[in-house]
Design a protein around this ligand. Structure first.
Ligand code: GLU
Length: 436
């Protein structure tokens, strides 16, 4: 860390981690990494009713899953600890005294109010330019039950922690004139504000809410998305490199990331694009990493156990990797490699057995297998070619029914590779079971 840039992600724990929050965290992290600055995680847990350890856990796990590691904050500490607002009362008391001494507070109905200056405030916003607002009314900073209000603790912490850039969702723009008033009343420099546009639902003009499909970070983990892909996609929600590229290594995004390139328009969440980015990342993972990522998914689907032969697993997954669109559908796609008790797709059956004598082709192939010299992909292909020539039919007349008989599907990895991986014994057994 060799720059003075200090940014923070300051979530209020709500029990879930919304992708809007994740995108805010990501933009803070990108900016800190771009500037070689410091990324602070501060938990704004002043709402006792909602906050719980579990809610904080969801945020911390989500940030780690996305690879957004913080330089100061919970678990890692730092010179401004604690990083939970619930532990910082003494600091708020101290700043409150300063405001009182400056004559900027008064009490009414048991609450402490902040006296506004009466002058227009300028919010220096990197995306919108200088926004001038007049904060007309005094506002409460300490409630009658003694608990401090968000505006006050948020500003105190930004001052105390030396935050230089406040990067947050646009929904906070309306709070910023209150915040600038507080910075000025406390004699502190006003940070640069960066209010990032909202994320809209896929359809319509509404803001993405926690109920919308794809809104929660924890769901992506549960649906076996690759965190690098989700992170790459989130970068595109309001930012883009100057060219049209969508899939970029994170190191490159860090070096290109610039606050001025954040869009002023709202971003639209596009699940299809996210699925596309995810598929791209999956197919381009190093084979070993793909296996490590998919193995737990197959285990939790009950397809394999820890004892699975690693060489067999690698053969199956290497073959699936080039075809895969998402890991959630992988168990169905490859179940037939791990159990004889696999699912037969009835629609595919209908199509394959509708015309010609598919059953007879399976039988011919089965019988020919006993005379096959070996079980390589090349010799299997030669075998099918010679059968087709002898019967005056197409190779596909063998390929489709046999594929269906041994896998229950009409799609999948390359046919000869499928047979070779299953092995001669298994193929013979399944074909026999199919026509008996
Ligand atoms: N705790 C606020 C929130 O979660 C933080 C606002 C800010 O970043 O300043 O919305």
């Amino acid at each position: 860390m060799n720059s003075k840039v200090r940014v923070r992600f300051a979530p209020s724990p709500t029990g879930f981690f919304h992708i809007g929050g994740a995108r805010t965290a990501l933009f803070n992290w990108l900016y800190a990494r771009h500037c070689k600055g410091t990324f602070v995680l501060r938990i704004e847990d002043t709402d006792k009713k909602r906050d719980s350890e579990e809610s904080v856990r969801v945020l911390i796990d989500g940030l780690k899953w996305l690879g957004l590691h913080w330089d100061e904050g919970p678990e890692v500490g730092g010179q401004y600890a604690p990083y939970f607002q619930s532990g910082r009362k003494h600091i708020y008391d101290d700043y409150l005294k300063r405001l009182m001494n400056a004559g900027r507070t008064y009490e009414r109905d048991g609450a402490v109010w902040f006296k506004v200056s009466g002058n227009p405030t300028v919010i220096p916003d990197e995306i919108r330019g200088n926004v001038t607002r007049l904060e007309e009314k005094d506002f409460v900073i300490i409630r009658s039950d003694g608990s401090p209000v968000f505006h006050f603790v948020n500003v105190v912490d930004d001052i105390d922690m030396g935050i230089t850039h406040v990067i947050r969702g646009e929904d906070h723009l309306s709070n910023s004139s209150k915040h600038v008033e507080l910075f000025e009343a406390l004699g502190a420099p006003v940070p640069v504000f960066v209010h990032i546009p909202l994320i809209l639902k896929t359809v319509g003009s509404g803001k993405m809410s926690k109920r919308d499909q794809g809104a929660l970070v924890e769901d992506y983990k549960a649906r076996w998305f690759l965190p690098e892909a989700v992170r790459n996609y989130l970068c595109l929600l309001g930012w883009s490199p100057k060219d049209d590229r969508e899939i970029l290594p994170i190191e490159e995004i860090i070096s290109l990331f610039d606050l001025r390139q954040i869009s002023r328009n709202n971003a639209r969440f596009d699940e299809k694009k996210l699925a596309h980015v995810n598929g791209h990342y999956l197919r381009n993972l190093p084979p070993e990493a793909f296996i490590n990522f998919c193995k737990p998914a197959l285990q939790s689907a009950g397809l394999i156990s820890e004892k699975i032969d690693p060489i067999y697993l690698a053969q199956v997954l290497n073959a699936c990797q080039e075809k895969v669109r998402d890991v959630k559908s992988l168990p169905n796609f490859c179940a037939h490699f791990f159990s004889d008790d696999f699912f037969f797709d009835d629609a595919a059956r209908g199509k394959i057995f509708k015309q010609g004598d598919a059953m007879a082709r399976i039988r011919e192939f089965y019988e020919a297998l006993f005379f096959a010299p070996d079980f390589t992909e090349e010799s299997l292909e030669t075998l099918v070619a010679s059968l087709a020539a002898a019967q005056g039919c197409k190779m596909g007349d063998y390929v489709h029914p046999v594929r269906f008989a041994v896998s229950g599907q009409s799609v999948g990895i390359g046919f000869y590779r499928l047979l070779r991986i299953l092995g001669k014994e298994c193929v013979i057994k399944r074909l026999k079971a199919f026509f008996q």
